[in-house]
Design a protein around this ligand. Structure first.
Ligand code: ADP
Ligand code: MG
Ligand code: ZN
Length: 554
């Protein structure tokens, strides 16, 4: 650890010394890029004093007013003569001491990198690749298919980027940092680019992984550089992919990571609503992130990007089929139905594989058989999506329907927002989301109802399959039940006997009985909701409520 740090410092010092040398020898201010046309126009008008030509991609130009500029090297023969005729001083590279020094420096760096082994070299390569994209992306929300909630949250951000003044007038604080989280390949990067595309803002992207492989101090300076660029461009979307690489919960005191993280937080607290800058980060694992990152005023907007349900999968397939010829028998609906738990990226691969197969077979269009071959190739391949068997789907559907039904009946003041059997990134099998009204006080009866709702998944499984066949899907639910019963018995004295252990057991049993009674009474509703979930994988809250209400009278 110590040794690595020292080595890093040495290299850093050398680079710094080299930079100073270059600066001294005239690399001072930043060179202004000139198009080749502009350059000649200026030369013709006497605006160019000196041109340094070499084998590089640019000519270095000294303008009449002392400014430096670069123009693309045309690598044509007659340029020098024409310039000399115009009275411009022309130098050939090699006359100035700079390249010699640079060469020496590079040699030193090379030797050091070699002695550091391949990892260092790879780090440098990545570091160089980091600065790529900073144009306005041509993707929009039309190119991304995500859940309506996710899309709406993203749409909300566009306004902040486009017209920050409007929000500033009302004293509204624009979100500084937005955290996109969800499984790999669900379109987080794509969404961030589409956000920039929609707002007609430039996009500055970097990956967290690029920061931690380079030398001490470089990560932090890369962060500052990134923000500087964005400010210079008058704003934009700064995207930091795989932020967990720098934002992991502070562990063994990794200096480089900590410095980078601090630089990021400093930059983020430094810009005001006036800068049209929005920082978007992405992670697959929200739970591993340092709490400092998620605090108010930092990445306090969190947007979940989940695996697509059936309908979203169809839309993703349609997006990527836009530029592909489909034969009349190619049914994307069928493919969407088959591909539960596929990510957007895997669906895109599937279509591409199908196109390759079609082309290989000499067909003009992608037929159903190509889609099927591609499907089997992917499900048998290395990165295959986890298979979601029909049986598993049905159990999960009953489980989630159980939670939803009990929420609907026992907590009418809690609004169901969404019921789904597609797993979330938090690892639960599926989820029933409902908005709990905020309350300071809970009655005993409400707490029993809460436990009953949490037990609803397990109870529904039991009703479908019998006690012997219940699954591990209820692990988190049971944890929640235990927590509530412990508080009730221990802290709020809501038990009968005062003996914590037997009180808890009695409270849990009471909740269990309540849940079971309701589910038995509303079995028709449970079946109907589970059936709809098996078919459609996710339902918005209103639809789920309607399905339940239609059966309630029974
Ligand atoms: P993530 O950043 O979440 O890992 P990406 O945005 O890198 O996912 O997705 C990789 C590719 O997969 C995208 O460029 C796109 O072609 C495809 N893709 C993934 N999700 C979607 C989606 N929701 N809609 C359309 N295409 C998607
Ligand atoms: Mg990505
Ligand atoms: Zn559950």
């Amino acid at each position: 650890m110590k040794k690595k740090k020292l080595e890093g410092l040495i290299v850093f010092g050398m680079l710094a010394a080299l930079m100073v040398l270059c600066l001294l020898s005239g690399g001072g201010e930043e060179a202004k890029p000139l198009s080749y046309g502009e350059f000649w126009q200026m030369a013709e008008n006497g605006g160019v004093a000196e041109v340094t030509m070499g084998d590089g991609e640019n000519w270095h130009v000294l303008l009449g007013d002392g400014q430096k500029a670069v123009t693309p090297n045309p690598r044509a023969e007659d340029g020098k003569e024409r310039l000399l005729r115009l009275g411009v001083t022309v130098r050939e590279q090699g006359q100035s001491p700079v390249p010699g020094l640079m060469f020496l420096g590079l040699l030193l760096c090379g030797v050091l990198l070699l002695t550091r082994g391949r990892k260092g070299a790879a780090g440098m390569a990545k570091y160089a690749a980091v600065q790529a994209d900073e144009r306005i992306p041509d993707v929009t929300f039309r190119d991304v298919a995500v859940s309506p909630q996710t899309l709406q949250s993203m749409r909300d951000l566009v306004g902040f980027l486009r017209e920050p003044e409007r929000f500033a007038t009302c004293g509204a604080r624009p979100p500084k940092g937005v955290m996109l989280y969800g499984p790999p390949g669900t379109g987080k990067t794509l969404l961030a680019r589409a956000l920039a595309g929609e707002a007609k803002a430039p996009f500055f992207a970097m990956s967290g992984a690029d920061f931690v492989q380079v030398y001490v101090g470089v990560g932090a300076s890369r962060v500052r550089e990134l923000f500087r660029k964005a400010r210079k461009a008058g704003g934009g979307v700064i995207f930091i992919d795989e932020i967990d690489a720098i934002g992991k919960k502070r562990d063994s005191g990794n200096d480089e990571r900590e410095q980078t993280l601090n630089a990021l937080l400093t930059e983020m607290s430094g810009f005001s609503g006036g800068d049209k800058i929005m920082v978007v980060a992405a992670t697959n694992r929200l739970d591993t992130l340092d709490a400092a990152l998620l605090r108010e005023g930092r990445f306090d907007r969190r947007i979940e990007v989940s695996l697509p349900d059936r309908e979203e999968r169809l839309r993703i397939l349609q997006v990527h089929a836009r530029n592909k010829p489909l034969a009349p028998d190619a049914c994307l609906e069928t493919v969407a139905a088959q591909t539960a738990l596929f990510s957007g990226a895997q669906l895109e691969t599937l279509l591409n594989e199908a196109a390759i197969r079609a082309a290989r077979a000499g067909c003009q269009a992608i037929a159903m058989e190509h889609l099927q071959q591609a499907f089997f190739a992917i499900t048998a391949g290395e990165d295959r999506p986890r298979q979601f068997s029909e049986a598993e789907k049905r159990i999960t559907a009953y489980h989630e329907a159980g939670h939803a039904l009990l929420t609907h009946i026992l907590q009418p003041e809690a609004r169901l927002t969404r019921v789904s059997i597609i797993p979330t990134s938090r690892g639960a099998a599926g989820y029933s989301m409902h908005v709990q009204p905020d309350k300071l006080l809970h009655t005993r009866q409400e707490l029993i109802a809460m436990m009953a709702v949490a037990l609803g998944g397990r109870l529904a499984e039991e009703m479908l399959l019998g006690k012997d066949n219940v699954t591990t899907g209820a692990a988190n639910d049971l944890e929640k039940v235990r927590e509530i019963s412990r508080c009730m018995a221990e802290e709020w004295a809501m038990g009968e006997t005062g003996d914590v252990k037997s009180d808890r057991a009695a409270l849990e049993e009471e909740a269990r009985r309540l849940g079971k009674d309701v589910l038995t009474r509303c079995r028709a509703g449970l079946d109907a909701l589970a059936k709809a979930l098996t078919a459609r994988e996710s339902l918005d809250g209103d639809t789920a409520a309607r399905i339940l209400d239609a059966q309630k009278g029974l």
